[in-house]
Every structure is written in C-alpha cells, then in structure tokens.
Write a protein that binds this ligand. Sequence first.
Ligand SMILES: *Cc1c(COP(=O)(O)O)cnc(C)c1O
Length: 352
Amino acid sequence: MTTSGTPLDYRSDTLTRPTPQMREVMAHAAVGDDVFAEDPSVNALQNHVAKLLGKEAALFIPSGTMSNQLGVLVHCQGGDELLCETGCHIYNYEQGAFAQLGGIVARTIDGQQGLLHASQLATKIRPRDAHLVRTRLVCLENTHNMAGGRIHPYEQVKDICSWAHDHDLVCHLDGARLMNAVVATGIAATKWAQHFDTVSLCFSKGLGAPVGSALVGDRGVIEMAHRKRKMLGGGMRQAGILAAAADYALTEHVDRLAEDHLHAKTLASGLAEIEGIQLMQGSPDTNIIFFQVDPVIGSATAFVEQLAHSGIKMLAVSENRIRAVTHLDVPYARVSEGLDTIKRVRDQIQNI
Ligand SMILES: *Cc1c(COP(=O)(O)O)cnc(C)c1O
C-alpha cells in the first residue's frame, strides 16, 4: 500500500469528486425549471462561460459528448463531411454519433502526435460535385487527450481556422480541457476561442465539477443547439444544482490546474528514470502522461493490476501502453510516495 493508505487514482481527471465547499454551493444554489429558461444558476453559469470565452451565448449540457455532437449537428446536415485528427475524441470515443444522429461523415487526417497543420487540410476539401459529400466543418481538440494532453500551438490553430473560414468551412473546438491549455500557455480563453464558431468545454474533468459541459457560440447557433439538446433528451429541469458546481469550478479550480501540470511533469520525469518504462512524449504539456512498458515488466494490464494492489491506479490503454492523469483528487504532495511505490512494484516483478 501507499503509505497513507488512500489509493492514488491516476486513471482519469473525470474521477474528481466535488469538494466540501463545492457541495456547500450546490446545496444553496437557486434553482428553477431550466427548460423554461428559469433556472437562475444555469443562466448565471451560461453568462459566465459565454463571457469567459468571448462568445454571445452558451448552453449548459449534460456531457462533453453531447456538447461536441451538438457542435457538429448545428453546423452540418446529412451528407456533410467533417475533417478531424485521426486520434480525436469526436471521431473515436463518441460512437460516431454524428453519423448515427445526423447522417454526417468524417474524414480523418493523421496529425503529428495529434497536431494538424493547415497545409495538411488544403487538399481535403471536396470539389462541388453531385457524387461527393460536402466538406463543411473542421474539428480540433485542445488539449488533445490521446496525444497526451498536448497543446495545439496557438499559431497552428489560428492558421487552420483562418484557412477554414477562407474556404467557407466552419470550425468547432473540442475544448474539453481548454482551460488546461489556457493555464499552461497563459493565452486567454477568449483568444483561443475567437478562431472557432463553437467551442465545447467540460466542467467534469480537471475542473472538478460532478457533471456538465457547455457549448458556446453566437446566439443563432446556440438557439439551434438549445432545440437539438431537447431532441436528444438533454433538457434538464432544476439543473442549477449542477450549474452552481460548474460555476464554482470555473471560479475556484482554474488556476490550480497549474499544480496538476507540475504534478504530471514531476511524475513523468520520475517514471522516465524507471528501467523498462518509456514516456510516449517528452515532458507532458499539461496533465496527461502516456508511457510504454517493456516486455521485461510484462503487459500493461498486468502491471496496472499490480500497481492497483499497491494503491496506485492507472489505465492500461493497450497491450503495452498506460495512461496516467493528474487532477484535483491526487495531491501533488504525494507524488514521490507514488513514484517510490511504482519503483517497488517494478522491482518486485524483476525479482520473480
Ligand atoms: C472527456 C472528453 C470529452 C467528453 O466526454 P464525456 O465523458 O461525454 O463528458 C470530449 N472530448 C475529450 C477530448 C475528452 O477528453
């Protein structure tokens, strides 16, 4: 066991539980029926998010998946095509909902460790021709989850979006962890968001709220998203209890993301020193680490299982790959304790 006995759960930043202060705010949240647009806490959150991202309007949505899919559905019709990076969440981890719900197809483009260049997109617009789908939307992800919480460099994002707009395409940002990019770069959320027609932001990742995401954009687009959210069954009633938690998270838990980033860097450099472990990237940009285990250690699943017995939880994502994510519920103060435990587990394997 780790010395304090409480497991260090690095599987995901979705595991964060509301803090006592957040629960306090939730308990006292003013509520109303949000389907009637009468929930003051939801309205306050939506105003807060719209302002934070410099857009006209925002909509509170039950999950990041629904928020992304609404982002696609407001821009595309059946027979339209979206362009996205091969490893992105919208394409891989949302059941291809854009195809199921909207008759929309996706064309994937391999990024360099998740990052795209405008030059890669240049040839991807289909000519206008009755045989072909209509290229309509570019989706980016920032930070990029499967690329290890990687920050899409600002200039590249700007170039891609300006190229897209020059070619009558619209742009959606899966900004589930946009605030991680904001904190790590010091580039304001409004600056990142200004290049996109819609942005989706998650409250339930590193920000530590129990539930919810928001979609932001201009008023017309958000009105359309509001209609479609109801169609998908995402119209919530006294959602203010949840919105209050999200609002609290935006106020209190953004700056502290820097601690998660420092934690990830320290954890990664410690992992890199362990024989048989290789980082998939250099020092992490934000709060996500992917590393590979050599056959001498065994399979990722077996190693993860042994770590769990010793109080360290991580996620095996393939036969030899493991993901670790730092967040609010894993204190940075325990990082060396965690690393010592990982070393011990690794050495025990070696001794067998
Ligand atoms: C978590 C996540 C989402 C949304 O996931 P939900 O589980 O539906 O909230 C979207 N995009 C990325 C990059 C994510 O990591």
